[in-house]
Write a protein of this length. Sequence first.
Length: 315
Amino acid sequence: MQSNGRHKFPLSVVNSPVRGTATEGALGHGNALPQRNRPLLGRKFLMASSRPPCARRLLVSRRIARWLGALAFCGAGYVHALELPTPQGWDTQVIREPEPQHVAIDGSILVTSLGGGSANLNGTFAPFGDITASGFRLRATTNDSWYRFSTGTTPDSFASGNTVEVGLQAGYQVALERVGFLGLVGPTYARSTGNGVNTDRAGGKADLSMYVLPTDLTMVYGSVTYSTIEDAVEAQTKVGINLLGNFYIGPEAAFSWRNVRNVTPSFDNVAELRVGGHISAIALGQVQAGLSAGWTHQDQVGSGYYGGLNFYWKF
């Protein structure tokens, strides 16, 4: 607290010279000096008038330069303070590397008008890297397929069968810029039901799939699956073009074949052909989905139609 003889006022430091809160003459201006102290500044400069002209000019120049330097220093401090980002701004400017994704879940369901179809669910794990990169793969798989076939006793005598499989597979994925391959093999266990007869079997299953991106707007996909149980083979291929930037659309074809050993009388095979169209890689948040539909023919039952859905989710 400082006194000027009649009034007292508190002092406050604001970046440089000591300033006071006036109680008279400058009421309401906290950064203004009191009226009684204003002549002091002039006196300092007037003191130079009693000196020789050269010394007076030198003294005034030094004091002006000193004040300009102080003002420039304070001003520069404010400019730098405004240019620096806040700590929150630093956090938002840091670009973090995405966390690797190790798991992918995919599944599909397909139904035909001939009384056949299939449903499968797979979980694939990349223990040593990202699921989309090259590396070792582990997969748990399950599949349920059902079908109709002719028993041959009469022209209209048909039976139905289905096979439920579960298995574990191991393999490797090669992922290049525009080409990818995935090969898996492992043991599988199945329960088959054909014409009312149940059979439990163990065997092996192998999967090979590939994709190619010939251009930025086109894709080619193919896969082959073989199971020693019922000697079941399925192959499919898809070709697509990206017209809208969100999905691929194009034709597809698939062929499946299996031995039917556990019926009386027995037949060597049940074969089915499918030809149609597909829409693939529809983005639904973190999930990609697809659908397909078309014409199908089963050699023992006849011709009809099919429709299917599939999805792929990685995390």
